[in-house]
Design a protein around this ligand. Structure first.
Ligand code: DC
Length: 253
């Protein structure tokens, strides 16, 4: 664990940042948004990039997953927006960036592994369609990233959470490749592999077609298709974009 970040009750800061400009010898700490569908490689790239820059990597999806898990445990309907928001307001969700990705604490309990299970993945996608749930999440995510020095990954970071992020990447890949990567990542085979692929497709469809903050690139995002790129190649391209922003002459640098 390198740093703890809490997502609890608090006020809603504005989307536009009011961060202090660093002097020339201390480059300003950027906000880097990495959005895209599941299996495109966001988490790996975000975590490696954050490590290289000495930034904090925040997996916004883990927050939706934590809320979804709590809804499952409370036997709440995923359609009940008002109850889901109430549940969120009475929850403490902590993301703890670590070498292996974010550890997730829900009300003081480590739920890192549990929130990655299939039922929670589907539930996270379902609770995330509700505008008021998203509003609560976005407010917490803005609080976490306001000071900069973060790589935040998700679905709406460049469009809604930080519309003025310094670097916006939309990482995509062919759906079949994404399914295969997930299957390899989770070491699953046979029927489990099939159901993982089905789950991914279903989630994709829901995340892309929901009315509120659907998964789509921000108009000013750089779209990177990782279908035929290695992890190293994707990282190199993303790093080049970041270095461009860190140059003293770069706009807003
Ligand atoms: O990134 P992930 O697979 O852990 O995300 C789980 C679900 O949470 C995803 O299917 C949709 C939702 N999500 C979202 O709506 N907005 C985000 N910024 C991140 C995740």
């Amino acid at each position: 664990m390198v740093e703890k970040v809490r997502a609890g009750a608090g006020r809603l800061p504005p989307a536009s940042r009011n961060r202090r400009k660093m002097n020339d010898s201390h480059p300003r700490k950027l906000i880097i948004a990495i959005d895209g569908p599941a299996g495109a490689g966001k988490s790996t790239i975000a975590s490696r990039l954050a490590r290289k820059l000495g930034y904090v990597n925040l997996e916004s999806g883990a927050m939706y997953r934590a809320l979804a898990l709590k809804a499952i445990e409370h036997d709440l309907s995923f359609e009940d927006e008002a109850e889901l928001v109430k549940l969120a307001q009475h929850s403490q969700i902590r993301l703890e960036p670590s070498l292996g990705g974010n550890r997730v604490q829900l009300d003081g309990r480590d739920v890192t592994l549990r929130v990655r299970e299939d039922d929670v993945s589907q539930a996270a996608s379902r609770v995330s369609v509700h505008p008021q749930v998203r509003e609560w999440m976005v407010a917490r995510q803005r609080e976490m990233g306001l000071e900069g020095g973060i790589v935040m990954e998700g679905r709406d970071i460049g469009t809604k959470v930080f519309p003025d992020a310094d670097v916006k990447i939309f990482l995509d890949a062919d759906p079949v490749i994404r399914e295969q990567r997930r299957i390899v990542q989770y070491h699953v085979r046979g029927v489990s592999a099939e159901s993982m692929a089905t789950e991914l497709r279903e989630r994709d469809r829901r995340d892309r077609t929901r009315a509120n903050s659907p998964l789509e690139p921000a108009p000013d995002a750089i779209v990177l298709d990782s279908t035929s790129l290695s992890e190293e190649e994707v990282l190199e391209r993303v790093e080049a974009l970041v270095q461009e922003k860190l140059k003293p002459s770069a706009p807003n640098a």
